[in-house]
Structures are given as structure tokens and as C-alpha cells.
Design a protein around this ligand. Structure first.
Ligand SMILES: Nc1nc2c(ncn2[C@@H]2O[C@H](COP(=O)(O)OP(=O)(O)OP(=O)(O)O)[C@@H](O)[C@H]2O)c(=O)[nH]1
Ligand SMILES: [Mg+2]
Length: 505
């Protein structure tokens, strides 16, 4: 059947190695699956498990997570003894390994080796993972030899976990056992690095090239689609936040100023909720389903949007604040040329005195005020919002942009909480044309009682502006990681992509 043929062509790769070398991390990164168990201590993975990467329900390739080798020397001794007794040649070795896995007593004696070798015996390719941060040693040779005996296409990945650099000796040793040797950070690998790694897999076996090239093309498309969906999410957040109002009916004798504090509080609560919902959506788009449930990032995300500290940490750099303050201070009559939002636009001069003023300006300036609305059928409403503070829109946008960038570039092997503050100093530039386009859309979207059709049209305009900004963000972060275009985390054994294929011994 056509379908069966197609699925049997899906490349399967078993990720194997010593315990605690980042095997599961690599599986999580390449299968883009945050459900893979990763642990600080050795022995986290005790069973082999397949993680297919699916796009639109179609599996493109499958990574198989496996437990680490525990008794490799004994297993090799068993194989060598069996080979000696049978007078076996190299051509018999794959059959001997299959015989080892099938031997009934071995499930209890060598549970880890049986688990990890079974998928290979069943036809998976081999990704052998080592830690390039610790020295090479002969204890790895038995496991590499066993893998060689399987006769399956193989590749070694040096994952630098430890602090020291022992990559050189590892390359020499691994090159004698594996056809291809690469250095890849299992946790940090960016899109381009993963892409090149996949293409290298495709070269391991003739049947894999086409499906892998299809997979890489599909992953590229998904990346663009995710960016588009994220741009829409951010645009909708902006439209919702900029049009946000909270209202309360005023009694005939009631003084509106008595209601103001309560309305403002409710307004802020609603904004915080809007942002939290938006962030969950962005995380979902990128398949980081477990992110919010783990650890304390929710507290970070829900921290007060309006505190000066938060603005500094998440949205704005000091220099931007100073620049904005200068602009804000100078502005009269509503011509505030703001350039804010995790974005640096005005190249202002920062001085301590200026900064103080700026913080005051940003922190103390009202987000919105209360207005009394007379209803056509009588009665009065106290209305808080929409915010006309131009800085607010850019702060909110900058926070969303910063969060999206971190989520989009995060691999599925990262288990730490999402720390938006850690990289708050990072510069996310915004050119003047883009800033003006944003300002225009923001101004329209904050117009009170905006007709729905105008709002929908302007949101579409905003989606396109934001998509262009996110596109630039992604190409900038790609360049930063690999300034030489070769990929900072991706080295070939001998320094060139084409020359990296090594002959199996
Ligand atoms: N800094 C850093 N840490 C890593 C990297 N790869 C793995 N780790 C960490 O190393 C530990 C082990 O990672 P795992 O992916 O669970 O390793 P494993 O080989 O699957 O381990 P077992 O299943 O126990 O055999 C975890 O704490 C990871 O976060 C890496 O590239 N860089
Ligand atoms: Mg594991």
C-alpha cells in the first residue's frame, strides 16, 4: 500500500550513548517534544521510546530515546565469544547482535543494552552522543565497538555539557568508529543548526535523503507559519489591550472620583490577564505546552506590568527609557516621538538625572483616566480607558516581542523556567519606518468606539508590520549565533561540511 511504503521510509534514529550525556535532550530538541524526560542524574531514561516529529499529522522522522549503556564490556565479551565459537566474520556481526537482543535471559541480565539495541536491530540508524566537556577515555570503546557491530548507519555527536574543551581527542577517537562526527549543543541548537544536522542524517542512508529533505523543507515552512501565527497573536493582544475599557454605572449622587481607583485596578487586572493569555498562546504555537506549568515563570509573566522594575527588566533598556523620557519631557501638544518597547529607537544620551526623570515620567504618567459617559437613555457611566499613553503601547509590544523571541528560539530540551528578565538588556532594534507604522496602527486601535470593520482591517495591517519585525528578529538572532555562517554550535570533524564524512572502520 502507498501509505505503508511512505511510513516505512520515515527515517528512524536511535539516540544512544553513556548515561547522562544529553541523549534525551537531543531527542527533545530534534523531535521538538517537551514531553521527553530529561534529568540531572544518570539513569533518567530506562526504556526506549519513539518520538516521531509530525507535521499536519504526518511523521517526517522519528527519534528514539534510549537508556545509557551500563554493561558494555560484558556485552562485547559475549558477542566476541559467540563470534569466536562460530568462526564468524564481520558479515555475521549484525546477526550476532540481533541474537544477543533475542536471547531470553538477557532481558533481565542486560536490560539497558537490550532496550537500546533493539530499535537498532530493528532498523534504526544510530546517533551516538558523548559529552565533549569531559575527557575521552577507553571506557567508551566497548559501546562504540558494539554499535559498529550492528552495521547500521551511524553518526557521532559531541555535545559539550561539561565546562572543559576535550573535543579534539573525542573527534580523533570517534572518527575511527563513526562515519560522521559533529559537535552540536543538544540544548541550544538553533534552527539552522538542527537543519544542517538533519541534512547530514539524510546522507547516512540512500533511502533517507528524500524524506529528510522533505522534512527540512516542512520545518522551514512551519517556522514561517509560526512566525505568522505569532504576529497575529501579538496584533490581537495589541488591539485588545489598546481598546480595553472598564466601566461602572454611576449613581445619581455618586462622585466619579470615588470609583477611579477601583476602575483602574480592574483595568490593570484585565491587562495582566490579556498578556498572560497571549503568552500561553505564543507558547502553544511553538509546542511548549508544559512551559507554564513548570516552575515559577507564571509569577514572572504575571508580575506587575506597571512597576518601574518590570518595565526596566522586561520591556525597556535604561537607554530607551532615557530617550523616551527626553522625548516625553520635550513633547507638548501630543507630538511625543516615542521609541519604546524592548526596542531602542532614539539614541538618547543617558544621564543619571535624566533617568530619574524618565522613570518618573513612565511610572507616574497615567495609563488612562476616568471619563464620564452619558448614556442615550439616561444615566451615567464612569469609564476607565482606553489608554492614550503612547509609551504603554510600545512597552506592551516590546514585552510581547521579547517573549516571542525567547519562546521561538527555545529548544524543547530546555527545562529551566522562562526567565524574561535575564535577557532584558538585549537590544531589539526597530527602524523608524517600522516604528511609524506601529504608531499609526496603535493610534487607530486605541480610538474609542472604533467600528469593528476598521478594527479588523487595522489589525491585519498590524499583523503584517509585526511579521516583518519578527522576521528581522529571527534573522538577527541567527546571525548572532553563527557570525561566520557556519553555525556556532556546529563544527565538522575536519572543518568543512562536505569533508566531514568519515569512512566506517
Ligand atoms: N549545559 C548543557 N547541559 C546539558 C546539555 N545536554 C544535556 N544537558 C544536561 O545534562 C543532564 C542530562 O541530560 P539528559 O538529556 O537527560 O541525558 P541522557 O543522556 O538522556 O541521560 P540518561 O537518560 O540518564 O542516560 C540534564 O541535566 C541536561 O539538562 C547541553 O548541551 N548543555
Ligand atoms: Mg535520557
Amino acid at each position: 500500500m502507498e501509505g505503508d511504503r511512505a511510513s516505512s521510509a520515515v527515517p528512524r534514529l536511535a539516540v544512544v550513548g553513556h548515561p547522562n550525556k544529553g541523549k534525551s535532550s537531543l531527542v527533545a530538541t530534534l523531535a521538538e517534544d517537551d514531553s521527553v524526560s530529561i534529568g540531572r542524574d544518570p539513569g533518567t531514561t530506562i526504556e526506549s521510546r519513539a518520538y516521531p516529529l509530525r507535521i499536519d499529522g504526518r511523521p517526517l522522522y522519528t527519534l528514539i530515546d534510549t537508556p545509557g549503556f551500563q554493561r558494555a564490556r560484558r556485552v562485547l565479551a559475549w558477542l566476541q565469544e559467540r563470534a569466536r565459537r562460530e568462526g564468524a566474520t564481520a558479515a555475521d556481526r549484525p546477526r550476532l547482535v540481533a541474537g544477543f537482543v533475542a536471547e531470553p535471559s538477557h532481558a533481565a541480565r542486560f536490560p539497558d543494552e537490550c532496550e537500546l539495541l533493539r530499535p537498532i536491530v530493528d532498523g534504526a540508524g544510530i546517533l551516538y552522543v558523548v559529552d565533549g566537556g569531559v575527557p575521552y577515555g577507553p571506557e567508551y570503546e566497548a559501546e562504540m565497538e558494539i554499535l559498529r557491530w550492528t552495521g547500521r548507519p551511524s553518526m557521532a555527536l559531541i555535545n559539550p555539557i561539561g565546562k572543559d574543551d576535550h573535543v579534539g581527542p573525542w573527534q580523533v577517537a570517534l572518527g575511527q568508529f563513526f562515519r560522521v562526527v559533529r559537535v552540536v549543543d543538544a540544548v541550544e541548537a538553533d534552527h539552522d543548526t538542527r537543519r544542517r544536522l538533519l541534512l547530514a542524517f539524510g546522507e547516512l542512508e540512500a533511502d533517507w535523503r528524500d524524506p529528510i529533505e522533505t522534512a527540512v523543507a516542512a520545518l522551514d515552512e512551519v517556522r514561517v507559519a509560526h512566525r505568522r501565527q505569532s504576529a497575529r497573536e501579538i496584533a490581537e493582544l495589541m488591539a485588545d489591550a489598546l481598546s480595553l475599557v472598564v466601566e461602572k454605572r454611576l449613581g445619581p449622587e455618586e462622585d466619579p472620583s470615588d470609583l477611579e481607583a477601583g476602575l483602574e485596578q480592574e483595568y490593570k487586572r484585565r491587562l495582566v490577564r490579556l498578556e498572560a493569555t497571549h503568552r500561553k498562546a505564543i507558547q502553544r504555537i511553538h509546542g511548549h505546552h508544559g512551559l507554564e506549568a513548570r516552575g515559577s515563570e507564571l509569577e514572572v509573566l504575571e508580575s506587575d506590568l506597571f512597576s518601574q522594575g518590570t518595565w526596566l527588566r522586561f520591556g525597556l533598556r535604561r537607554r530607551d527609557l532615557a530617550a523616551a523620557g527626553a522625548a516625553g519631557g520635550a513633547a507638548t501638544g501630543g507630538t511625543i516621538d516615542l521609541a519604546l518597547g524592548g526596542t531602542s529607537l532614539l539614541l538618547g544620551v543617558t544621564t543619571g538625572a535624566m533617568l530619574g526623570g524618565v522613570l518618573g515620567w513612565l511610572g507616574a504618567t497615567r495609563l488612562a483616566g476616568i471619563r464620564i459617559v452619558h448614556r442615550p437613555l439616561g444615566g451615567r457611566l464612569a469609564r476607565f480607558g482606553p489608554s492614550r499613553n503612547p509609551g504603554f503601547a510600545f512597552v506592551l509590544f516590546g514585552r510581547a516581542r521579547h517573549h516571542r523571541r525567547l519562546v521561538a528560539s527555545r529548544t524543547h530540551a530546555v527545562r529551566e523556567t522562562l526567565d524574561l528578565g535575564e535577557t532584558a538588556d538585549e537590544r531589539l532594534p526597530l527602524d523608524t519606518a517600522m516604528r511609524k507604522r506601529l504608531e499609526k496602527s496603535f493610534a487607530i486601535l486605541r480610538t474609542p468606539d472604533l467600528p469593528a470593520v476598521v478594527r479588523a482591517d487595522e489589525t491585519e495591517v498590524l499583523v503584517r508590520t509585526i511579521e516583518a519585525i519578527l522576521d528581522a528578529d529571527d534573522s538577527r538572532s541567527g546571525k548572532k549565533r553563527s557570525p561566520d555562517g557556519a553555525g556556532g554550535y556546529f563544527h565538522d570533524g575536519d572543518g568543512s561540511l562536505r569533508g566531514s564524512r568519515r569512512r566506517a572502520v
